[in-house]
Design a protein around this ligand. Structure first.
Ligand code: F6P
Length: 344
């Protein structure tokens, strides 16, 4: 009888999950394992819901966005008895190993299951936010930023035609990578990221200067940036099972746009790309990265490297301890702040 590997995807979906599942299945079969999909993230492990996986089933999912396994933001550590249910499902499905694909939240659960119960867990890093430590990139980021960049370019066309200031709000949660890369790639005039409270004086000056020069301006903001003048009551935001504020109703782009309009008198419009940046076919980069970390995960199973995550470090795919990747986010740092001074 072949040993069996369970695969699950948790947290926000992103382009690259399907290629990663495929890579893991291909690698696992090569090493003599069979795979089973656990549906809807940790919820599926709690409830014991599965779907078949094989090389044939996954052959053409490399070009598909989303995740064929479904996902959820379920945290088994939030409900008493759910961790025990996860352990029971692992046993009942006769799993040799579990490959958990996710960001900081999903992988923190994997870290604890390994630490507290010595479960045979391997992690695969994914997040469009690109905020996971120890891996240079996470799949999902390249596709999402490419989509956001295209949206920003589209705003440039309409902004230039109407002589307006355009503000684009992008996702990225508590890390500014998506906003920063989008802003750089679309030649924005100012970028707002959560790592630095917006310097309103500087922002208004840059916008006025840009407008004086070309009669339009583009600002890219993260959904989580801080505008002191917005007078926001944070206690009003709902939180998910991992304690994160749900940022979708925050309307940061809109706050910034009305602030700019009020302070400068320049006609300003805002747009939110939202979940559109998280769907669609993965870029070539994300297909390759996802395939490689999926394959690496299968290799880590073969080598019994429990409690490790497949990571891209430099040009190498390596196993790193899960606990090093989780708990603290990788956010925009001083090196990038200096570049921002030059670019915006
Ligand atoms: O973590 C990925 C992400 O897309 C964040 O950038 C965003 O804040 C969040 O998920 C949105 O979550 P949901 O899809 O649950 O609204």
């Amino acid at each position: 009888m072949k040993k069996r590997i369970g695969i699950l995807t948790g947290g926000g979906d992103c382009p690259g999950l399907n290629p990663a599942i495929r890579g893991c299945v291909y690698g696992a079969e090569k090493y003599g394992y069979e795979c089973v999909g656990i549906t809807d993230g940790w919820k599926g492990l709690v409830e014991g819901t599965t779907t078949p996986l094989s090389r044939e089933i996954t052959e053409y999912i490399i070009m598909k966005g989303g995740t064929m396994l479904g996902t959820s933001r379920t945290n088994p550590y939030k409900v008493e008895g759910n961790v025990e249910k996860c352990l029971a499902t692992f046993k009942k499905l006769d799993l040799h190993a579990l490959v958990a694909m996710g960001g900081d939240d999903t992988l923190s659960v994997a870290t604890k299951l390994y630490r507290d119960h010595k479960l045979n867990v391997i992690g695969v890093p994914k997040t469009m936010d690109n905020d996971l430590n120890v891996t240079d990139y996470t799949f999902g980021f390249d596709t999402s930023v490419t989509k956001a960049m295209e949206a920003a370019q589209a705003l440039l066309d309409t902004g230039a035609s109407h002589h307006r200031v355009m503000v684009l709000e992008v996702m990225g949660r508590h890390a500014g990578w998506v906003a920063l890369y989008t802003g750089i790639a679309a030649a924005a005039d100012y970028v707002c990221i959560p790592e630095r409270v917006i310097n309103t004086e500087e922002m208004l000056k840059k916008i006025k200067d840009a407008y004086a020069r070309k009669r339009f301006a583009l600002v890219v903001t993260s959904e989580a940036s801080e505008l002191p003048a917005a007078g926001e009551d944070k206690s009003k935001h709902a939180v998910d099972q991992f304690g994160h504020h749900i940022l979708k109703d925050r309307g940061m782009g809109e706050h910034i746009a009305s602030f700019i309009e009020k302070q400068t008198g320049l006609e300003t419009r805002s747009a939110v790309i939202g979940h559109m940046q998280r769907g669609g076919a993965p870029t070539l980069f994300d297909r390759m990265l996802a395939t490689r970390v999926g394959l690496k995960a299968a290799e880590l199973v073969r080598d019994g490297q429990w409690g490790h995550m497949a990571a891209l470090v430099g040009n190498q795919y390596v196993g790193v301890p899960l606990e090093k990747a989780t708990g603290e986010l990788k956010t925009v740092n001083k090196e990038w702040f200096d570049l921002m001074e030059v670019l915006f």
